[in-house]
Design a protein around this ligand. Structure first.
Ligand code: ATR
Length: 274
């Protein structure tokens, strides 16, 4: 039987997942379809039951369902449970639906594709303490990054994050701004800078080191104000495209058993959003 996959969210029209996965099926000779489905918040439970009934092989979950979907799944992977968020659902042999979170690992693969593994002992600053920051912090910790600091507008949330994961320390955005040049790897996880022409950043980044490695999780625009500044001063940049592609590739591997070609996909999508 032909396999079919989906991505559910609201809005969904902007999602690049269908294009990405369909292109991988073509490259890998897999007979499958990938469908974007708009699911309103109040219809999530019905949608999950319907997907299950109709025999979906797996699906991606995006805003605003990443947290709320947990209650409707049969099993949750340990990492996703700790994150409190699911972005990938796999239909198991017995028909049950299991939730995973591939965002954090996707980020680390994207980062290390650019900078290698030799910076794991360097100081890392994660800006933001939301769901994305939590996944990234956990994945970095698991890969052996030892020196992680989390800054957030609401400092109590940064404290909650470092306490929950048992990592590094929490600071305010003001403190981060003042000590910015002490960090080698800077990871921007807030939604600031997502909108074209929006130059609002969580705080001043004038003191960024020229030796820094600056990564953003936002990929539209590709060059966020944060990355633009980093690029202007000659720092290394890691765009959000890599994280998007690798989180999808890890999902693909869960569903189909092998890792797709991420390099060509990153190049293609980078060209498209430029
Ligand atoms: P996600 O799951 O995508 O990480 P989230 O959980 O809503 O989204 O988290 C958003 C993050 O962006 C938070 O760290 C938030 O800071 P607060 O916890 O103080 O709300 C941060 N954020 C969003 N807009 C911001 C802004 N204009 N300035 C500073 N931080 C901002």
């Amino acid at each position: 039987m032909k396999k079919w996959f989906a991505v559910i969210g609201d809005p969904i029209a902007q999602s690049k997942s269908p294009e990405m996965h369909t292109s991988w099926y073509e490259n890998d000779g897999i007979d499958a379809a990938f469908i974007p489905i708009q699911v309103k918040k109040e219809e999530l439970e019905k949608a999950v039951d319907s997907l299950k009934l109709l025999g979906v092989s797996g699906f991606c979950v995006t805003i605003p369902h990443k947290q709320s979907i947990i209650q409707y799944l049969d099993e949750i992977d340990e990492t996703a449970r700790l994150m409190g968020a699911v972005n990938t659902v796999v239909r198991l042999q017995n028909g049950k639906l299991k939730g995973y979170n591939t965002d954090g690992d996707g980020f680390v693969r994207s980062l290390e594709e650019v900078i290698g593994e030799e910076h794991r002992d360097q100081s890392v600053l994660i800006i933001g303490a939301g769901g994305a920051a939590r996944g990234i912090a956990f994945a970095l910790k698991n890969q052996g990054y030892e020196n992680i600091t989390v800054s957030n507008r609401t400092v109590s949330k940064a404290h909650d994050l470092v306490d929950a994961l048992g990592i590094g320390k929490a600071i305010s955005n003001d403190e981060a701004s003042e000590t910015l040049n002490q960090y080698k790897i800077l990871i921007q996880t807030t939604s600031a800078g997502m909108i074209y022409g929006d130059t609002d950043l969580p705080f001043s980044i004038d003191d960024m080191s020229t030796e820094a490695i600056a990564a953003d999780i936002v990929y539209n625009p590709l060059m966020t104000p944060f990355l633009q500044h980093a690029s202007n001063i000659g720092a290394t940049i890691v765009t959000g495209i890599g994280m998007f592609v690798h989180q999808g590739a890890i999902a693909y591997e869960h569903w189909l058993g092998h890792y797709p070609n991420t390099k060509a996909m990153i190049e293609k999508l980078t060209e498209n959003v430029k």
